[in-house]
Design a protein around this ligand. Structure first.
Ligand code: 1GP
Length: 253
């Protein structure tokens, strides 16, 4: 079974899957074993590792350490072509389709592809869409692209349909790490209604209830990063996992 197939099977059997972002720039390497072990025991279904900057030089080590302490997939979520490692289970092969910067649409991918092939890494083609969160995020600044306006679900749908017809395997609706406001449910549900490609939703999701609402709107995968960097307690991890896995058991307020 490929990592992609495993992710889809998990999402299908649980209603949706919970992915946790580890940013090596924000995580002390010594904390990774505990964090990853606790998160796995609390019901997290996979880890994304990446950063829009990567100031720290211990990327390979962070991934290898994470893999040693979990039995769920550890997937690279690259902020640039230097973030490729043989230690990972797979890599999200992203194209920033909401932007019109050719480097992020195809340029970096051409440079990265031969390296990924040589390392025999599973590449999961992912249409990456930045959604405006009210404030400029690191992803927006670093990519030098404009995000999709948050009150224009039709624009998001048109991009997602194009991604589906181009054959992308996942669509990632991203408000940006640490965003003030997450992707609106109205946009998630419009995209889910019109497209069959599974949706990842992340950026600025700060409560289990908020995560639950994205799943109810049609997300197959929820990503959180910042909220667990601030409070990595097993109790909160379990609440997120429960809200994402059993959307009908929890009622939104
Ligand atoms: C960012 O979607 C992820 O790429 C997670 O964002 O850090 O805001 O949870 P947060």
């Amino acid at each position: 079974m490929t990592v992609y197939e495993r992710l889809l099977a998990t999402s299908k059997s649980k209603g949706a899957a919970y992915l946790v972002l580890i940013d090596p720039d924000k995580t002390n390497g010594n904390d990774i074993p505990d964090f990853v072990g606790t998160a796995t025991a609390s019901g997290v279904d996979g880890f994304l590792i990446g950063s829009s900057l990567l100031l720290d030089g211990t990327f390979d080590h962070a991934i290898a350490t994470a893999r040693k302490h979990t039995n769920v997939p550890v997937i690279i979520f690259p902020g640039g072509i230097q973030q490729i490692s043989k230690e990972a289970d797979a890599i999200l092969f992203l194209s920033l389709i909401s932007g019109r910067n050719p480097e992020h649409l195809i340029g970096s991918q051409v440079l990265a592809a031969p390296v990924i092939k040589r390392l025999n890494l599973e590449a999961i083609s992912t249409a990456y869409m930045l959604i405006d969160s009210g404030k400029m995020t690191a992803a927006e600044f670093m990519s030098n692209t404009k995000p999709i306006p948050r009150n224009k679900p039709d624009i998001a749908v048109a991009h997602a349909l194009a991604a589906e017809y181009l054959g992308f395997k996942l669509i990632y609706l991203e408000a940006g790490s640490g965003a003030d406001r997450s992707v609106p449910e109205e946009m998630v549900s419009s995209v889910a209604h019109h497209c069959t490609v599974p949706l990842i939703v992340g950026g600025g999701i700060s409560t289990p209830d908020e995560a639950h609402r994205k799943v109810s709107a049609g997300a197959s995968f929820i990503v959180t990063g910042t909220v667990l960097e601030k409070n990595g307690s097993p109790a909160l991890m379990k609440e997120f996992a429960a809200a994402i896995h059993s959307p009908r058991r929890i009622h939104s307020h």
